[in-house]
Design a protein around this ligand. Structure first.
Ligand code: EPZ
Length: 421
C-alpha cells in the first residue's frame, strides 16, 4: 500500500490552485441521472471518490465519456439497471445520492445500505423519511434499501429533524422530478447544496429559497431535466481550508488560487482569531500567519458555521497554538480518530465524549502514523509538516479519496513530501 514520507520543518511559499469540490461534484454527478441528454461536467477533482461514482453511473448503464482528468460528458438516456450494488456503496457511502434521482426517474431502485464508517454511525433514516413523505414505498431487505414509486413521486412537505447535507440533496433531486410542489424545512445550506439547486434552476426547475433553510421545488411531473451544460464544479472549500492550515502551521505565506473566499469564511475567521492576516480578492486568498498562533476554541456546526470537515486540520494547528484549545465536535459522534495518531507525534490532546482538549506543546517528532479517514489524514500531513525528522503516513488511500495530488501541490509549495508506491 502507498504511504507518504514527510520531512518536517520546510517553509512553504508560492501559490496553490484549488481543485473542484468533491462534495459538490458527487451530487451533481448523481443529478445527471435525472436527465436523458448529454451533460458535460468541468472542474471535477481528480480524486478516487469521483471515479467511484462515475463507475457506478456506468454500471447503471450510463455512458461516461472521459475528456481529461477533470472533465467528462455523461449521457444517462439508456439506464439499464437501477441497482447500486454493495461493491460500490461499500467503497463510498455518498453512493446513496443515486437513490433520490433513480427513484424519481424510474419509479424504483435498490441501493445497498451504506452502514457505519470511521467517523460515526451515519444513518440514512432522514433520506428515507423524505422519500416516503413523497409517496415512496421503502423496504430494507438483505442489506439493500428497495424503494418503489410506480406512479411517480408526489410533492410533499418534508421537515428534517436534523440538518442533513446528503438527505437534503436526495430530497431536492427527487422533488425535481416529482408531481407537484415540495417544501423542505430545515434544509442544509452548504455551498454544495446550493450548486445542486442552481444547476436544477438552470435546467428549468422552479426552486425558491436556494441557500436558505426552507426550499420550495416545483417538480417537472416526471419530465427529465434538460441541464444547461457545461456545468462547472465550484472550488473545494475544504481543500482550500486545508492549504490555509498548511500555511498557518508552517508560518508561511501562501496564496490560494481559484477559490471562493465566501465559502471558506468560517476557516478564515477562525484563523484571524488565531492571529493570521489575509489578502482576499475575487478568487484568490493569501494568508500571512503570525510567528506564534494563538489558541481559539472550536465548535463544529452546519454551514455557515465552522465545518466538521475542518475540525481535524484545526486540531493540528491547536497543538502548537499558544494556550489551550477546546474542540467540540457536534456533527459526528466518532470524529476524533486522529487524536491518538497526533499524540504519537508528541501532541498533548485529551478526549472526553465529543470534546477534545488540546494543550500546546513545544515540538512534534516524526513517527509512523496511520490515516483513519479523509480529513484525519490531512491533519496528520499538517502535523508532519512541522514535526522534527521524518513522519511516515500509512493508509493514504483515505487521502486519495478527496485530495487531488496532495503531495504534488505541497511539493510545489516547498514541502519535503514523498509518496512510496
Ligand atoms: C456530508 O456528509 C459530507 N459528504 C461530509 O463530508 C460532511 O462531513 C457532512 O456532510 C457534514 O457537513 C458529502 O457531501 C459527500 P449529513 P453527509 O447527512 O451528507 C446525521 C468529507 O470528509 N444523519 O449532513 O453524509 C449524521 O449521522 C465528508 O468530505 C442522520 O442522523 O452528512 C450526522 O450526524 C465526510 N440521519 C449529521 O446528520 C440521516 O439520514 C449530518 O450528516 C442523515 C444524517
Amino acid at each position: 500500500m502507498d504511504y507518504l514520507t514527510i520531512e518536517g520543518g520546510a517553509k512553504l511559499s508560492g501559490s496553490v490552485t484549488i481543485s473542484g469540490s468533491k462534495n459538490a461534484a458527487l451530487p451533481v454527478i448523481a443529478a445527471t441521472l435525472l436527465s436523458d441528454k448529454d451533460i458535460t461536467l468541468e472542474n471535477l477533482p481528480n480524486v478516487v471518490d469521483i471515479k467511484t461514482l462515475l463507475k457506478l453511473v456506468e454500471m447503471l448503464g450510463g455512458k461516461v465519456n472521459y475528456h481529461d482528468n477533470h472533465s467528462v460528458t455523461i449521457n444517462n438516456r439508456s439506464i439499464s439497471s437501477t441497482k447500486a450494488v454493495y461493491e460500490i456503496v461499500s467503497q463510498m457511502r455518498a453512493s446513496i445520492l443515486v437513490l433520490g434521482p433513480l427513484l424519481a426517474r424510474f419509479g424504483e431502485c435498490e441501493v445497498s445500505l451504506p452502514g457505519g464508517c470511521a467517523i460515526g454511525q451515519r444513518p440514512i433514516d432522514l433520506h428515507l423519511k423524505a422519500l416516503e413523505a413523497m409517496g415512496a414505498v421503502i423496504e430494507i431487505k438483505s442489506g439493500y434499501v428497495k424503494a418503489y414509486a410506480p406512479d411517480g413521486l408526489k410533492g410533499a412537505k418534508i421537515v428534517f429533524d436534523k440538518i442533513t447535507v446528503g438527505g437534503s440533496e436526495n430530497a431536492i433531486m427527487a422533488a425535481a422530478l416529482a408531481h407537484g410542489t415540495t417544501t423542505i424545512i430545515n434544509a442544509a445550506k452548504e455551498p454544495e447544496v446550493v450548486q445542486l439547486c442552481e444547476i436544477l434552476v438552470d435546467g428549468g426547475v422552479l426552486i425558491e429559497g436556494v441557500g436558505t433553510s426552507e426550499i420550495t421545488i416545483e417538480g417537472t411531473g416526471g419530465k427529465p431535466i434538460d441541464f444547461k451544460t457545461p456545468i462547472t464544479i465550484i472550488p473545494d472549500r475544504i481543500e482550500a481550508g486545508t492549504y490555509l492550515c498548511a500555511g498557518a502551521i508552517t508560518k508561511s505565506s501562501i496564496t490560494l488560487k481559484k477559490v471562493n473566499a465566501q465559502h471558506i469564511k468560517a476557516s478564515i475567521d477562525k484563523l484571524e482569531s488565531m492571529g493570521c492576516q489575509f489578502d482576499i480578492s475575487d478568487d484568490e486568498v493569501t494568508i500571512y500567519p503570525p510567528e506564534e498562533l494563538i489558541s481559539a476554541n472550536i465548535t463544529t456546526t452546519e454551514y455557515p458555521g465552522f465545518p466538521t470537515d475542518m475540525q481535524a486540520q484545526f486540531m493540528a494547528l491547536a497543538i502548537v497554538s499558544k494556550g489551550d484549545t477546546l474542540i467540540e465536535e457536534r456533527l459526528f459522534e466518532n470524529r476524533f480518530m486522529h487524536v491518538s495518531e497526533l499524540n504519537r507525534l508528541g501532541a498533548d490532546i485529551w478526549l472526553k465524549g465529543n470534546i477534545a482538549a488540546v494543550h500546546q506543546v513545544d515540538e512534534l517528532n516524526g513517527a509512523d502514523v496511520m490515516a483513519t479517514d479523509l480529513r484525519a489524514s490531512s491533519a496528520l500531513v499538517l502535523a508532519a509538516l512541522i514535526a522534527k525528522g521524518e513522519t511516515n503516513i500509512h493508509r493514504i488511500y483515505h487521502l486519495d479519496r478527496g485530495y487531488e495530488n496532495l503531495e504534488g501541490k505541497l511539493s510545489a509549495l516547498g514541502a519535503k513530501i514523498h509518496r512510496h508506491k
